[in-house]
Design a protein around this ligand. Structure first.
Ligand SMILES: *[C@@H]1O[C@H](CO)[C@@H](O)[C@H](O)[C@H]1NC(C)=O
Ligand SMILES: *[C@@H]1O[C@H](CO)[C@@H](O)[C@H](O)[C@H]1NC(C)=O
Ligand SMILES: *[C@@H]1O[C@H](CO)[C@@H](O)[C@H](O)[C@H]1NC(C)=O
Ligand SMILES: *[C@@H]1O[C@H](CO)[C@@H](O)[C@H](O)[C@H]1NC(C)=O
Ligand SMILES: *[C@@H]1O[C@H](CO)[C@@H](O)[C@H](O)[C@H]1NC(C)=O
Ligand SMILES: *[C@@H]1O[C@H](CO)[C@@H](O)[C@H](O)[C@H]1NC(C)=O
Ligand SMILES: *[C@@H]1O[C@H](CO)[C@@H](O)[C@H](O)[C@H]1NC(C)=O
Length: 505
């Protein structure tokens, strides 16, 4: 028997057929200066609520060879994005402005990991939604989302020791008091090498709090860190033992090989999101743990961070079924999640095909929806031990109900891409959709369409450029891949409270 998710994902693999199921589109007062011929809308129903994708409405890029204030190439920035609270603004002329906080992962590492200090950048944007049907040229399309680099914040431990991106070969022991008397004491930490005991991060998720502090999730731990606005660690959240990478009975954070149990190598906490209505922080593993068969059944974790100065309690954990690709054999791992409304999330699942990836034919690149409303909460149960898988050999335990998952926004829609001068399939050039989309952010369209949001998403270009600089040294990756950004317009009933709190509106 195929799991139900397969049927859902297969129906979405025919993106041009699903318009038939869409409800009539509400036409709003002109919110854009562009021609407002209706875009084909696509709907998805989850828990009795109908969500609508109105399609791609903006495209922008930061060139592959652009540099930032440290002198390094700007790359990897689609690993995580967030709208900086207090910056989102609708202008009188139909455009919108704001600042995106973007999070690169671990630096240019095609020939091995490097001592890249973790950092976040701020990027100012002007969004001018384009809803016309005519195909823009690739150059004109970039006017719809204009991106301007502002500045960079480097990340440190508490004592100003720089973080690194090197593969963690060594475990720094937990500090006295961790897990008991001192809520701010560190757990076992991933550090680079014996002679370089500094913390190493492969950053993949970011949540900027209205007070300027920010949460960052990583793949090595996989851990979640709270930072001050100026980039110093405050606190570290360690997930349950079922998730920690364990080799021969001991934690080993290296991402070179898969551990015996826990997160797979390079499949850590890609997904991070916050429900600001309840101060619940959610993190999702990119794919299932090794003991769960390293397949479809990944896990979502919820932490109560209403009092971040205490040891943060795990209050929820659910199994989320990842989509399978057309053959049914491959799992499309999740590169990001985003809170929509209580129990409902977006999840960005994708293949590795596209510009900068492997091949030009796209099998799956979608921001989908899932709900944990009817899913079993397994937090603090026997499944938090590495010895008791929840999905032995990839088969979910019968008494555990997974999240409900439905397909939603297809990035690789040829007609939508053509309107911005882009394509799927050959040729493999700058106009081909990038391979690795890994981030999501939401902002409201405004009072003319109170359930409508702009869904911002950006790709991780792996720092691929022929004209790069890493740690001050030039490099040539043999390929130019820009940092591509998309904006879709979506109807998400019930999302307003969470989005407004996140944006400080
Ligand atoms: C949860 O179950 C109820 C009752 O069967 C159903 O009405 C609802 O649609 C389900 N929600 C989801 C998200 O699956
Ligand atoms: C990036 O490449 C373009 C096109 O070759 C060139 O015009 C531009 O000066 C380069 N920018 C940097 C920062 O090197
Ligand atoms: C609206 O004004 C802003 C700021 O002057 C400008 O950047 C943007 O391009 C304008 N939008 C339109 C549609 O003219
Ligand atoms: C836009 O481009 C696509 C792909 O080349 C093409 O199929 C479509 O007819 C074009 N649309 C218009 C309005 O020219
Ligand atoms: C980055 O630029 C923004 C906008 O000007 C400013 O608010 C912020 O303080 C700057 N951050 C740094 C680290 O310079
Ligand atoms: C900085 O803090 C870390 C973590 O407490 C510690 O291991 C390291 O030795 C400190 N470095 C310096 C230079 O004090
Ligand atoms: C962890 O595993 C890597 C190789 O996968 C090995 O090089 C390293 O020494 C191990 N570290 C520890 C602390 O055992």
């Amino acid at each position: 028997m195929l799991p139900p998710i397969l049927l859902l994902s297969v129906s979405l693999l025919a993106p041009l057929c699903y318009a038939a199921a869409a409800p009539p589109l509400r036409r709003e007062a002109a919110v854009t200066p562009a021609a407002d011929a209706p875009l084909p809308a696509v709907s998805a129903t989850l828990g009795g609520v109908t969500y609508v994708n109105h399609g791609l409405i903006a495209f922008g890029l930061i060139p592959n060879n652009a540099t930032e204030s440290t002198g390094d190439t700007i790359g990897g920035i689609g690993s995580a994005i967030g709208l900086k609270p207090g910056t989102w603004k609708a202008l009188d002329n139909g455009s919108y402005t704001g600042i995106l906080v973007v999070q690169p992962d671990r630096g240019y590492n095609i020939i091995g990991t490097i001592d890249y200090q973790a950092r976040r950048h701020e990027i100012e944007f002007t969004l001018t939604p384009y809803q016309g049907t005519a195909n823009l040229t690739f150059t004109d399309a970039q006017q719809t989302l204009q991106l301007t680099y502002l500045n960079t914040t480097l990340l440190f431990e508490r004592n100003d020791t720089k973080t690194s991106g090197l593969d963690p070969q060594v475990v720094r022991p937990a500090q006295p008091g961790f897990g008991a008397s001192d809520p701010l004491a560190d757990p076992e930490m991933p550090v680079a090498r014996k002679d370089e005991l500094h913390l190493t991060l492969d950053s993949e998720g970011i949540i900027v709090n209205p007070d300027g502090t920010f949460w960052l999730s990583d793949e090595y731990g996989p851990y979640i860190y709270l930072f001050t606005g100026d980039g110093h660690i405050i606190q570290t959240i360690q997930p349950p033992p079922a998730v920690l990478p364990i080799v021969n009975g001991a934690v080993n954070f290296s991402a070179i090989n898969d551990p015996d149990t826990g997160r797979q190598a390079n499949q850590g906490f890609e997904g991070l999101t916050m429900d600001f209505t309840t101060n619940t922080l959610y993190a999702m593993l990119q794919s299932a743990t090794v003991q769960d068969g390293a397949l479809q059944y990944t896990r979502l974790f919820a932490y109560d961070v209403s009092e971040p100065s205490v040891s943060v309690p795990l209050i929820g954990e659910w199994v989320v079924p990842l989509p399978l690709n057309s053959g049914g054999s491959n799992v499309e791992a999740s590169s990001e999640i985003h809170f929509v409304s209580p129990g409902v999330f977006l999840s960005l699942s994708r293949d590795g095909n596209g510009h900068g990836g492997s091949g030009t034919k796209i099998k799956y690149k979608q921001a989908d929806l899932f709900s944990i409303a009817n899913a079993t909460n397994i937090a603090n149960s026997q499944y938090d031990s590495p010895d008791t898988p929840v999905a032995p050999k990839g088969k979910l335990i019968k008494t555990v109900t997974p999240a409900t998952y439905v397909g939603f926004v297809n990035y690789a829609d040829p007609a939508g891409l053509a309107r911005f001068g882009m394509h799927v399939g050959d040729p493999d050039n700058q106009m081909l959709i990038n391979a690795k989309w890994e981030s999501l952010a939401l902002a409201p369209v405004g009072s003319s369409a109170p359930d409508d949001y702009f869904l911002f998403t950006a790709s991780d270009n792996d720092f691929l450029t022929e004209d790069g600089i890493a740690l001050g040294e030039p490099y040539n990756a043999g390929e130019n891949v820009d940092n591509q950004f998309f904006v879709f317009r979506v109807t998400l009933p019930g999302a307003s409270q969470g989005v407004n709190l996140a944006l400080g509106l």
